[in-house]
Design a protein around this ligand. Structure first.
Ligand SMILES: [Mg+2]
Length: 126
């Protein structure tokens, strides 16, 4: 498996980020409730895909690893998409600026010690 990492190094503190850009779904009229239900549904599908990976349902058939990983990635992105849809709903309904909230979120993670200030280089590129 190749490690084609779509991450950027933020120059200020060397923090690695995963940047995702997902669309607003204009063909739907999502609400807080509908997006919450959809997130739950997609999380269930993700758990199911991971369960197949581990044979948690007792399947005898051994599934191709690449196929299972593809299913996991698909469901993970469905979770991200539904979370993104909820962000649009929250911005529209409550005037929240999600870009500012993301920075606040990252600062919270830093305060909790989940982001090392001087991480060791993990891939030899830094
Ligand atoms: Mg799905």
């Amino acid at each position: 498996m190749t490690r084609d990492r779509q991450a950027v190094q933020v120059p200020d503190r060397g923090m690695e980020r995963k940047t995702i850009s997902l669309p607003r779904l204009t063909g739907l009229r999502p609400t807080l409730e509908s997006t919450m239900l959809k997130i739950t549904e997609e999380v269930g599908e993700l758990a199911q895909a991971i369960g197949k990976f581990r044979g948690l349902s007792g399947e005898r058939e051994v599934r191709d690893e690449a196929e299972v990983v593809r299913a996991i990635v698909t469901e993970l992105l469905d979770v991200a998409q539904t979370a993104t849809s909820m962000m649009f709903v929250i911005e529209e309904l409550y005037g929240i600026n999600m870009d500012e909230e993301i920075e606040r979120h990252v600062e919270k993670l830093r305060q909790k010690g989940y982001i090392a200030e001087n991480p060791a280089s993990t891939d030899g590129a830094g």
